[in-house]
Write a protein that binds this ligand. Structure first.
Ligand code: UD1
Length: 331
């Protein structure tokens, strides 16, 4: 039996495919390569020494799913495939609802029909409201501030309802800020287009592809005035998915987990750590706040530790070293 990984050529997806293989599972990748590169598949095959099956297609297309489920013996699904830009979702909300929720609905229907026992859903800490007290627990209030965030929260609800009425168990993983790459440097974050996230932009400055980093907001009520996030190594996240596929989840048939480190880092602290890893400081300038940004966000990961037996083990230093290693080898 195999695990279907939608978006398996993407950033978190590719690392999860490798982690699943390392845990002894068979994997089938489904990806439309709209925001992932084909060379990621070559790298995954190189790392796993396996000619893993890859289906090119849209996870929201019922015909594609029928072919995938018809052609492989699939007993579990990890669903990453989605559009993930907050800014783009504000410009094209309907496109985001159609794409991100269409795939959840089609996949849930196929999974229930085919008797899939478990579906792990790629959710995000962006579902939490900015007013919640810290650290964020799975019980904190959810008030997404963008259509992208809404698609993640609605996706969770659709899957929880599907699970409550069938034999499917749904596990929603709310990631905090993923950073880093596989230590081999063979797979990593390889987006098409300009990155919006902090660490990819820092790496662009380090690689000479960007003059300097703009620090969005210096007047937050934090230790140094810059915003706080919970950065977590993508390999730790990948292992979280393996744990989520294996965990005992009863009796509600669906469960939400935060995946983070449990500690926060400011933008300036991250820049200082990057300077140490890179061996030279990263040029930056202070800029205004970015609309939609929250002041601070970090996770309480007690539930994942207690119920999944998972915790993040890799340091900020490893995240930045591995991220740079990948960027450096993939100019
Ligand atoms: C962003 C998304 C979030 C998504 C997450 C996943 C927004 C508002 N949120 O989170 O929904 O789940 O990515 O990757 O887009 N920063 C700078 N300069 C930069 C870029 C970022 O100072 O050039 C700061 C930001 O203001 C923020 C921190 O760095 O305080 C992290 O930013 P980013 O990496 O974009 O992540 P989030 O905004 O936390």
């Amino acid at each position: 039996m195999a695990t279907l990984v939608t978006g398996g050529a993407g950033y978190i997806g590719s690392h999860t495919v490798v982690a699943l293989h390392d845990a002894g599972r068979e994997v089938v990748i489904l990806d439309d390569f709209s925001n992932a590169s084909r060379r990621a598949v070559d790298s995954i095959r190189g790392l796993t020494h396996r000619d893993l099956p890859v289906v090119e297609g849209d996870a929201g297309d019922a015909d594609v799913l029928a072919a995938v489920f018809g052609g492989h013996r699939i007993d579990s699904v990890v669903h990453f495939a989605a559009r993930k830009s907050v800014a783009e979702s504000v410009r094209d909300p309907v496109g985001y609802y159609r794409s991100n929720l269409g795939s959840v609905v089609e996949l849930a229907a196929a999974a229930v029909e085919r008797g899939v026992r478990r579906l792990v859903f790629s959710s995000s800490a962006t579902v939490y409201g900015s007013a919640s007290s810290l650290p964020l627990t799975e019980e904190s209030e959810t008030v997404p501030e963008s259509p992208y965030g809404e698609t993640k929260l609605m996706g969770e609800r659709i899957l929880a309802d599907a699970a409550a009425a069938s034999d499917l168990t749904a596990v929603m993983l709310r990631y905090f800020n993923p950073v880093g790459a596989h230590p081999s440097g063979l797979i990593g974050e390889d987006p098409s287009g300009e990155p919006e996230n902090l660490v990819p932009r820092i790496m662009q400055v380090a690689a000479g592809r960007r003059d300097r980093l703009e620090v969005f907001g210096a007047d937050y009520a934090t230790v140094d005035g810059t915003a706080v996030r919970d950065y977590v190594h993508v390999m730790d996240l990948a292992e979280g998915h393996v744990a989520a596929l294996d965990a005992d989840i009863a009796p509600a048939r669906s469960r939400v987990y935060n995946l983070g480190t449990g500690s926060g880092t400011t933008v300036l602290q991250l820049l200082a750590a990057a300077g140490e890893v890179l061996g030279s400081s990263v040029l930056y300038e202070m800029a205004g706040r970015r609309p939609g940004d929250v002041e601070a966000s970090w996770a309480d990961c007690t539930r994942a530790r207690d119920e999944l037996g998972w915790r993040a083990t890799r340091s900020l230093h490893e995240m930045l070293t591995d991220h740079w290693n990948f960027t450096h080898h993939h100019p």
